[in-house]
Design a protein around this ligand. Structure first.
Ligand SMILES: Nc1ncnc2c1ncn2[C@@H]1O[C@H](COP(=O)(O)OP(=O)(O)OP(=O)(O)O)[C@@H](O)[C@H]1O
Ligand SMILES: [Mg+2]
Length: 387
């Protein structure tokens, strides 16, 4: 029997406050550290609440929304001037305070602020304290959709291990856009192209190494999982630079490989109007292990179960990282599509994992099998009540 018991103290939210965030005018939520179940009608604000929590990790949260979209619009369509969220986080027996806000000035220009224990900081620094992973209904088709969807899903998982992965990704994309624009203009300054390609190579090599490392520990966690409601997956990266990284090629050699390929491909990329090779083309291959079947050929329910298994395995892998805080799990509508046995199995797994998971569903009864291992809240038109 695999020991799923936690090795380190778990990070969990003990308070969440919102002001003018989506459909919440104000909200104060006190949490006792157990798992959190949110139930309520469609459109009541469950996902908005999960989104608020997800903003405490680097990036744009679980909807990938612009910060300005999060500002509350009242019933008359009037936009508030700001939004703010603050949270108390308990890390072992240490309490920390996190805050994030956006303000619009008279000209409509926005200013973001992130605070850690009352001191201004960068939003990315909140990752020092919090690692958050999530599953949303929009991921349901990730195995059958385009490679880009799987890559984003993968990179989100990787970011929970290495928050700098997101910064490298942004730097890579920016340099690539500039390179494409330069090539399109024709007669590009070779020194400028060299510099951009070097930038892509150093970010790209780091990304490949991060991905390989995270996929390796995820795979180990998957294989260590007990057989049960959520099938095991075989996961693998389809990308030449990840293959180099998996074969232990040093970072500087991978950088060199990327640089030479980019240089070689300049005229081809110019004709194509895009960068033909690189870590922006990598795909994640997923196989349903018990069936030996690629995930895209599995049934809808099997794909969902695979996804849940992947997220649980990643949570377990994160719990075992000694350099990272333990993760928070956001499972939006994960329970609704599971039969009652699988639901009970999910709650048992979450309870064994420890930490804090947030779940949503339309009916309170969906969470019955959680028993007293979770706190329940009813969400109704932007108002949240415990019970
Ligand atoms: N910026 C905003 N200001 C005010 N309301 C907003 C804003 N953005 C979204 N909403 C509204 O918030 C409401 C709640 O949305 P949310 O996605 O949280 O619902 P939900 O409880 O998850 O519903 P479902 O069960 O259908 O998933 C929606 O009616 C939506 O229109
Ligand atoms: Mg929702």
């Amino acid at each position: 029997m695999t020991d799923l018991s936690p090795r380190r103290p778990h990070v969990r939210l003990t308070r969440l406050a919102l002001q003018d965030f989506r459909n919440y005018a104000t909200l104060q939520l006190r949490l006792d550290g157990r798992h959190v179940c949110l139930y309520g009608a469609n459109g009541s604000g469950k996902t908005n609440l999960m989104e608020a929590v997800s903003m405490l990790s680097p990036g744009r949260g679980l909807r990938g929304a612009e910060f300005t979209e999060l500002i509350r619009r009242d019933a008359e369509g009037q936009l508030a001037r700001s939004w703010a969220l603050s949270a108390d986080v308990r890390d072992g027996d240490i309490d920390r305070k996190l805050g994030l806000s956006l303000e619009l000035d008279e000209q409509g220009k926005s200013k973001r602020t992130a605070r850690l224990d009352g001191v201004n900081t960068a939003q990315a620094d909140l990752a020092e304290l919090m690692r958050i992973i999530w599953l949303t209904p929009s991921m349901d088709r990730v195995f059958v959709g385009p490679a880009g969807d799987r890559r984003r899903f993968l990179d989100r998982q990787v970011m929970a291990h290495f928050p700098s992965h997101g910064t490298f990704g942004a730097a890579y994309e920016k340099a690539m856009r500039q390179r494409n624009a330069l090539l399109e203009r024709g007669r590009a300054d070779p020194a400028w192209l060299d510099a951009l390609e070097l930038g892509m190579a150093s970010a790209g090599a780091a990304m490949a190494i991060h991905r390989v490392d995270a996929v390796r520990v995820m795979q180990e966690a998957i294989l260590a999982r007990p057989e049960g409601a959520f099938p095991k997956a075989l996961i693998d990266l389809d990308g030449q630079f990840e293959t180099h990284a998996a074969n232990d090629m040093p970072l500087t050699d991978i950088e060199q490989e990327i640089v030479s390929q980019l240089r070689e491909n300049r005229s081809r990329d110019q004709a194509a109007g895009r960068t033909s090779q690189g870590v922006h083309r990598t795909d994640l291959r997923v196989i349903h292990a018990p069936k030996g079947l690629p995930a895209d050929q599995c049934s809808t329910g099997e794909q969902k179960a695979l996804l849940i298994g992947l997220i649980l395995a990643n949570a377990q892998a994160l719990f075992e990282r000694d350099f990272a805080p333990s993760p928070l799990l956001l499972l939006d509508e994960a329970a609704a599509h599971l039969d009652s046995d699988r639901r009970a199995a999910l709650y048992d797994e979450l309870a064994a994992l420890g930490g804090q998971a947030w779940l949503t569903g339309t009916d309170r009864s969906l969470f019955d099998a959680f028993g007293d291992r979770a706190q329940r809240f009813e969400v109704s038109e932007g108002v949240v009540r415990e019970g």
